[in-house]
Design a protein around this ligand. Structure first.
Ligand code: SF4
Ligand code: SF4
Length: 133
């Protein structure tokens, strides 16, 4: 089972080796999809792979360690009022979730294909791509 989680770190929790512990102590595979974190705290989006029991134990470990945990459901969205359809994001999206229509010169965002890797968020010149965490 794969589960996407949004983690919120306070200053104390931000220095914990949580990724290492989820892997070593709970046998989970951890894929960091997005991280905005430093020594004073921050947020992270991760995808954990493992059976239900291991995942639940891993989540309990995080909560006991003071890490805020909630399911990642919202995903990534595009602010259509800001997007200029410049096309910068099209070639860098690893899942082809952003598609350029060569006739209309418009870029379509296919949310179902998005894996929230965050690549387009940093690359978009007007910051039209937003991760909802
Ligand atoms: S990079 Fe940003 S502004 Fe350009 S097409 Fe993609 S979402 Fe729109
Ligand atoms: S977050 Fe990643 S997968 Fe989603 S649209 Fe942007 S580049 Fe593509």
């Amino acid at each position: 089972m794969k589960t996407k989680l949004v983690l919120n770190f306070n200053p104390e929790a931000s220095n914990l080796p949580i990724t290492h512990n989820l892997i070593a102590e709970y046998g989970l595979l951890v894929n960091i999809l997005r991280a905005e974190i430093d020594e004073i705290g921050g947020k992270m989006v991760i995808e954990v792979s493992g059976d239900d029991d291991s995942t639940n134990k891993g989540v309990e470990y995080l909560k006991k360690a003071g890490v805020g945990v909630r399911p990642f459901k919202e995903g990534v969205r595009r602010n259509d009022e800001i997007c200029t359809h410049c096309g910068v994001c099209v070639s860098i999206c690893p899942t082809s979730a952003l598609i350029l229509d060569h006739e209309t010169r418009k870029v379509t965002f296919v949310e179902e294909k998005c894996v929230a890797c965050g690549v387009c968020i940093d690359a978009c010149p007007p910051r039209a791509m937003e991760i909802l965490i």
